[in-house]
Structures are given as C-alpha cells and as structure tokens.
Design a protein around this ligand. Structure first.
Ligand code: ADP
Length: 331
C-alpha cells in the first residue's frame, strides 16, 4: 500500500483470473459451546473483486468476518490475508484492511469530521495538513460534504453507514470488509451504499456479507452462499445466474408459429422446445446444446417463415433467488 498516493490517481482495474488471491482460507471452523457456527470454510478472494458473502441470518457470516480480522480464533483450520496468517499476523493484516462492523457506533455529539480526525490519528503521524486533506477526501468520496460538521445524532442510517465506510477507507486499505452494509437501510439508502461500493472498487478489494440477494445481483462479481455454517455454492455471479451447462433461449412470437416451429424442431443442436400459447402470443423456451451455432442460426431459422413477428428474444438468466433456494434446499 502506498499511503502517499492520492486516491484519485489510482487507475480503475477490473478483476481477472490472474489477479492474486488475497483472502485464502482452508477448512476454517468455529464452534461456540458445541454449536458449529462455521464448518470447513474454503474461501478464495481475488484482488479487485467485489465478493458477496451471502446467507440468511445465523449462517455464519459475521463469525467468518471476525475470524478473518483476528477478532476471534478458529476452532480449527487456517487462513491468510495478503499471505499473512490470520491468527499470528493479525496486526499486519489489520493495518491494510478497512472494516465496517454490522452496526457501527459513533459518539453522537461528535461531527463526522471529528470522528474521522479521531480515526485518522491512529494511522498518521504526518503533518496536520495531510490529515486534513485525507479527511476532506473521504468526506467527499462518501458524499457527506454538506453534513460533515453536524453532530452524528442527526444522521440517517444511510449517512451513518457512509461515515462508517469513510472511517474504514481512511488509511487507503487494500481490502475493505463490510458486514451487512445495507441491512438496516431503506431502498434509497441501499442504492447509495451499493453505488459507493462500486466506486470504491477502483481503490480496494471489497468483501462484504449480506442476506439481500438483490444486492449481490447488483454489485458483486463473485459470490459465496453460506447456509448453516456451510458454504453451499460459490462462483462468478454471471455464470451462476446463467445456470449450468445448457443455454435456454426465451422467444415470444406472433403469427404462423407452426411453420416456424417446423424450421427449428429438427435441428440436432436444439435439445428441447417448450411451447405455451396465450391469446395470439406464443412463448417458446428453446434449450440448445451448442451456443455458437444457436447464436448464428436460431433467429434466422425462426424468421425464415415470413409471416411471423418476434416480440422478445433473449437468453434465460436465472434469478439469484432461484439458485439460492436450489442450493439451500438441496443441502
Ligand atoms: P450471520 O452473521 O450469518 O447472521 P453469525 O456468524 O452471527 O451469523 O452466527 C452464526 C451462528 O453462530 C448462529 O447460530 C449464532 O447464534 C452463533 N453465534 C454467533 N456468535 C456467537 C457467540 N459469541 N456465542 C455463541 N454462539 C454464537
């Protein structure tokens, strides 16, 4: 980490498979008096990702975060962050991590600027002007400029979360860990925090827990689904949402559908067609075994019948909720 680098000068970087893994755990377990809060967690988080750690209440998300931060000790298993051991080298890790707890607490009489000054003192021993600049930068970054000098007691839930994020970002962390950052917010507050997370990704890797499927669908590139202490699914969000091996096209069509159906039904790369008619509109779900051929030929084949109108044509995407229910119920 380079503490002298102004945030604005860092370049937008998109995560790729070559990026190093910065959180790496192996069979991490935590028992509380016989309750297995977390079982054999194998987590790999690449630099520059927005990694959503998704699960219902009580799934073990906070337990995992506390283990990563060295706030509690695992019953068994190991883990590293930036190749530092989470048990033995927790201080080295925490110097490079920003953390937003689930329910951040502030001194209600203090202003946002005073809180940030208080936090910044832990990280800087440099000239006052640098501290001042860093605080202004954070206030601007999280969008609380107009409120920075008012007491926290008048802040909304969303403004408190944003202040908490500014506090977590003040030392330009390489990794930002957010525990349920949107859980207590109304839709507008949630939207603003999600937008802020996307913005922060330019500067830091983000690992956050949530029980809100929609948040993951909106901002994450990678997700792990946790249920009763066990990781039940993980992977790239788009791939997970696209379903498994087969691709399904959804087509809505009007006109001489019988003739058009004939054109496509004997293609060897089409493995299934389901048809449903509602008034004059017919809907097809067409399963294909070869994406490339389908991309090239499917639409042309349907349109080979002249007396036809297509009102919708797209690849079916799964909803995260469907996947979530599938994996959670299957276990
Ligand atoms: P989440 O963050 O996903 O809501 P938690 O990690 O807080 O889940 O909790 C996981 C499980 O561990 C729950 O059953 C919870 O009751 C239990 N648990 C968490 N912390 C403690 C603790 N300090 N003592 C005993 N049980 C705990």
């Amino acid at each position: 980490m380079d503490n002298n680098l102004p945030i604005q000068s860092k370049k937008m970087i998109i995560m790729s498979k070559q990026d190093p893994i910065i959180i790496n755990t192996s069979e991490l377990c935590k028992n509380y008096n016989g309750i297995e809060a977390l079982k054999n967690l194998d987590l790999k988080v690449r630099r520059n990702s927005i990694y959503g750690f998704l699960g219902p209440n009580g799934a073990g998300k906070t337990t995992a975060i506390k283990l990563l931060l060295g706030l509690i000790k695992p019953t068994s298993g190991t883990g590293t962050i930036f190749n530092h051991d989470i048990i033995r080298e927790s201080l080295k890790i925490r110097a490079r991590v920003g953390y937003l707890p689930q329910d951040p607490r502030f001194y209600e009489e203090m202003s946002a600027r005073e809180i940030l000054r208080f936090t910044a003192r832990f990280f800087f021993s440099g000239p006052k002007i640098e501290i001042k600049n860093r605080i202004n930068e954070m206030i601007e970054l999280v969008g609380i400029t107009g409120k920075a000098d008012r007491p926290i007691k008048g802040f909304s839930g969303g403004e408190r979360q944003r202040l908490g994020i500014a506090q977590a970002m003040i030392n330009y962390p390489d990794l930002l860990i957010l525990d349920e950052p949107t859980a207590s917010l109304d839709p507008l507050g949630r939207h603003m925090i999600l937008e802020l997370m996307e913005k922060l990704r330019e500067f830091s890797t983000i690992f956050y827990s949530t029980h809100i499927l929609d948040d993951v669908q909106r901002v994450s590139d990678t997700v792990a689904i946790l249920n009763r202490g066990t990781m039940v699914a993980k992977g790239n969000v788009d791939k997970l949402l696209a379903g498994s091996e087969e691709t399904i096209y959804l087509v809505k069509i009007k006109g001489n559908t019988e003739a058009s159906l004939k054109n496509i039904s004997d293609q060897p790369w089409i493995t299934n067609i389901e048809s449903e008619k509602k008034r004059e509109q017919t809907s097809w779900q067409i399963t294909v075994s070869d994406d490339n051929i389908a991309e090239e030929k499917l639409l042309r084949l349907i349109l080979a019948e002249k007396n036809i109108r297509i009102t919708d044509f797209r690849i079916k995407k799964y909803d995260l909720e469907e996947i979530f229910l599938q994996v959670v119920e299957a276990k």
